[in-house]
Design a protein around this ligand. Structure first.
Ligand SMILES: [Zn+2]
Length: 497
């Protein structure tokens, strides 16, 4: 009994001390009005869904940049502006033309798609088979082959991977190898289980991707042939190929990541950076993005991801008012919805050495169905779990782990691009316990608008995000992955462990 009283007294004392400390922090006095204003602007109808490449996406970036300036963030390395230009390329196939193999005529979309290249007419050009047509440190499928001025034919995908996504992305990249070796055209024989109709929808139409670093394959036709025609491309019998195809039109489109930095207070720890990130883009307007109604065609993206953007802006305000020992790098990413491309670009073009960035807490999610929780994708994968749990608990929220591991959400959010470089990087998302009807009611729907948001919850969510990041920014040692994590090897390489 006595012991219990003592325990109770101690708990009350600790709780009291803790509560008092929290109440002195700037995030404690964040106002609901203020976060509501961010959401009502960023996710407004006037912003037309902030699609990457659209002017309203750039307006959002400017809004964030001016909030950074208002709060007194510095640009990194004294750059002129907070905006990091991210060049994209819009490609649009004209879809006229045919490929001739033996006596057969292949039609655009039904039988083949062309990913890039100029209008081209080739008659009976010799073909060369190159296996995968892959080049890396271990393998060069072009070694000892003369493909100059010829049609190069490759099997689809990349060596040693059965991941469909990796094979699709890898195949799109392989054109560069063919072009650099002088090929007149590059034909890949599609053979994944993923249906041809789906692949033509996904890869065959107008699309936006990061501008290629190399223009090597800008002119050479790059063609994928449907698996229905594999037999016609037998190595034993096929010697020449002809085609007459129209161009895939291209134009450069600029977007921006928004980046600011705040110096830490500790003379030593300030050389380490906590990276706080959230994407601000969304999918835009119109039925190409999903279900629209007679009165609403705008995908406002309040939850996805004006939420995270607001948490990031609130973090900027709180941390500039009271700094952490470590420095903080704030990044609002563009291009998430078209394939995590803003974060990918940053990971390849960092403004600060990645090895000085010791942790990334990304803020992005599909929505919420439980306002007593936050869902942290990768919660148990780093040793910052304790700070995230404590930071959430302080605002009455329980941090739970990924409820749908089969969806592989960790590798489907922006955090993965820094995680793959080795940086411990969970994703802090609003409380969801399953992909249920409540989530799907708003996830990528025109109904995901500011009017439908629970602002009491959003306030707590922002506070929990900031306080978790604060505890991590002040902890004595830098976070690390739990032993055996798939990104531990990259971590050891990055930090020289
Ligand atoms: Zn989304």
């Amino acid at each position: 009994m006595k012991n219990n009283y003592l325990l109770l007294a101690l708990t009350l004392m600790l709780f009291g001390a803790n509560a008092q400390k929290i109440s002195k922090l700037p995030e404690y006095s964040l106002s609901k009005k203020e976060i509501e204003a961010h959401i009502r602007f960023i996710a407004s109808d006037e912003m037309l869904g902030r699609a990457t490449g659209e002017v309203t996406n750039n307006v959002t970036a400017r809004y964030i940049a001016e909030q950074f300036r208002l709060q007194g963030l510095k640009t990194v390395n004294d750059q002129k502006d907070y905006l990091q230009p991210v060049p994209f390329e819009n490609t649009k196939p004209v879809k006229k033309g045919e490929v001739y193999v033996g006596n057969d005529t292949l039609k655009w979309t039904k039988d083949f798609i062309m990913l890039s290249g100029k209008a081209t007419k080739l008659e009976n050009l010799p073909v060369v088979f190159v296996g995968y047509g892959w080049i890396d440190e271990k393998q060069n499928d072009y070694k000892d082959l003369d493909v100059k001025g010829k049609v190069v034919i490759a099997q689809f995908g990349v060596p040693n991977s059965d991941d469909p996504y990796a094979n699709i992305v890898g195949s799109a990249k392989k054109g560069e190898f063919a072009a650099k070796n002088g090929a007149a055209a590059f034909v890949q024989l599609y053979n994944l289980k993923f249906p041809w109709g789906a692949i033509t929808n996904f890869m065959g139409g107008e699309k936006l991707s990061l501008a290629p670093e190399s223009q090597a394959n800008a002119e050479m036709p790059q063609i994928w042939v449907s698996n229905a025609h594999l037999k016609k491309f037998a190595k034993e019998t096929l010697t020449t190929l002809s085609m007459n195809v129209s161009e895939v039109a291209k134009k450069t489109v600029m977007s921006q990541n928004v980046i600011g930095v705040l110096e830490g207070t500790d003379p030593v720890l300030k050389n380490e950076y906590i990276v706080l990130t959230a994407h601000f883009d969304h999918v835009g307007t119109g039925k190409k993005n999903g279900k629209v109604t007679a009165s609403d065609t705008i995908f406002n993206g309040a939850r996805d991801n004006a939420f995270g953007t607001t948490a990031l802006l609130s973090a900027v305000k709180s941390f500039t008012a009271k700094r952490t020992k470590r420095s903080i790098l704030f990044i609002a990413y563009t291009g998430e919805e078209i394939g995590l491309l803003g974060s990918k670009y940053y990971a390849e073009h960092p403004l600060l050495p990645l090895k000085q960035c010791v942790f990334n807490l990304d803020c992005d999610g599909a929505g919420y169905n439980d306002t007593t929780k936050v869902t942290v994708i990768g919660l148990d994968r780093t040793d910052a779990q304790a700070q995230i749990e404590a930071g959430s608990k302080a605002y009455g929220l329980t941090a739970i782990n990924d409820p749908a591991p089969e969806q592989n959400l960790f590798d489907r959010s922006d955090n993965v691009n820094l995680a793959a470089k080795g940086i411990p990087a969970p994703d802090f998302a609003p409380g969801f316990t399953a992909f249920d009807a409540e989530i799907n009611k708003f996830y990528h729907q025109v109904s995901d608008s500011p009017e439908t948001v629970n602002y009491n919850y959003l306030l707590k969510f922002c506070q929990a995000y900031i306080y978790s990041a604060r505890l991590i920014g002040d902890r004595p040692t830098a976070p690390k992955w739990k032993a055996g994590d798939k990104y531990e090897k990259a971590f050891n390489e990055l930090y020289g462990k």
